[in-house]
Design a protein around this ligand. Structure first.
Ligand SMILES: Cc1cc2nc3c(=O)[nH]c(=O)nc-3n(C[C@H](O)[C@H](O)[C@H](O)COP(=O)(O)O)c2cc1C
Length: 220
C-alpha cells in the first residue's frame, strides 16, 4: 500500500473545464467527478477500517430521496470477514476475476414493497416508493463521490447472483438486492474496465448536446 498522500491514493487534481455551448465561458468541473472511474484492479493489500466504511455509508444515507423515504440498505463486507467471503461466493465469473481484491464489497438493496401480512397469512405486495431504484442509485452516487475524496474507486456491478445474495442474507421479499460495488484503492495502472467487461469508459461519454433533450427542434 502506498503511503497516505501519495499520488496513487489521492484524487488527481487535473484542471477540467466544461464549455458552454457557445464556447465563450468555462466553468470548472469538480475534479472528483472528472477523474472518477470504475477501477477493475484493486490493491489486494489495502484494508479499510470500520470507521472508513461508516463514513461511506454516512455519505449514502444523507442522499435525498422521495419524501425522505430512504429506501436503501447495504450489506457491507470487508476483505477477510465472513460477509465479504459470502458475497464473493455469489459473484459471476466475470467479476470474480477482480472484485474480491477490493477492500470492501457492498450489496445495494432497495425497499420495493410494504409488508402487508394479512391475518390469513397471505402476503400482498404494495409498492413502498415508486422511486426506490432512483433513490438507491443516488445514495450510491453520494457514496462514490465520498469514496473518491478518500482516494478510493467504486466499481458498481450487476454481474452476481442477486437471488443467492438475498437468500444468503435472508433479505425479505419487500427488499430487492439491486447491485453490488467493489471499493478500494486502484492498483497500479488499473484498467478502466475489466477484460471482457463493459465497453464504455469515463472517456467514452455522450456529449452534453446529445444528452440535452432537443427542445429547440420542437419550437421551444
Ligand atoms: C447499475 C450498474 C451496473 C454495472 N454492471 C457492471 C458489471 O456487471 N460489470 C462491470 O464490469 N461493470 C459494471 N458496471 C460499471 C460500468 O460498466 C461503468 O460504470 C461504465 O462502463 C462507465 O465507466 P466508468 O465508471 O469507469 O466511468 C455497472 C455500473 C452500473 C452503474
Amino acid at each position: 500500500m502506498a503511503p497516505a498522500g501519495s499520488a496513487l491514493h489521492t484524487p488527481m487534481m487535473r484542471n477540467h473545464t466544461t464549455a458552454t455551448p457557445d464556447g465563450l465561458a468555462t466553468v470548472p468541473l469538480l475534479d472528483l467527478l472528472a477523474n472518477r472511474f470504475s477501477a477493475s484492479d484493486f490493491d489486494p493489500h489495502h484494508e479499510l477500517d470500520a470507521a472508513a466504511v461508516d463514513v461511506l455509508l454516512d455519505a449514502a444515507r444523507r442522499a435525498p430521496s422521495a419524501g425522505n423515504s430512504q429506501p436503501w440498505s447495504f450489506i457491507a463486507g470487508r476483505r477477510g470477514d465472513r460477509v465479504h467471503d459470502a458475497l464473493v461466493r455469489h459473484l459471476a465469473p466475470s467479476t470474480r476475476m477482480w472484485a474480491p481484491r477490493a477492500a470492501l464489497l457492498i450489496a445495494n438493496l432497495a425497499h420495493r414493497y410494504i409488508d402487508t401480512d394479512t391475518a390469513g397469512g397471505t402476503e400482498e405486495l404494495i409498492e413502498y416508493s415508486e422511486f426506490a431504484h432512483y433513490d438507491l442509485g443516488q445514495a450510491v452516487a453520494h457514496l462514490t463521490v465520498q469514496a473518491a475524496s478518500m482516494g478510493l474507486s467504486v466499481h458498481q456491478f450487476r454481474a452476481f447472483d442477486r437471488d443467492a445474495v438475498a437468500a444468503e442474507f435472508e433479505v425479505p421479499t419487500t427488499w430487492e438486492v439491486v447491485t453490488m460495488a467493489a471499493i478500494g484503492y486502484p492498483h497500479g495502472d488499473s484498467p478502466r474496465v475489466p477484460a471482457g467487461g463493459h465497453a464504455s469508459s469515463t472517456a467514452d461519454r455522450r456529449s452534453v448536446a446529445d444528452v440535452t433533450w432537443a427542445a429547440a427542434a420542437h419550437g421551444f
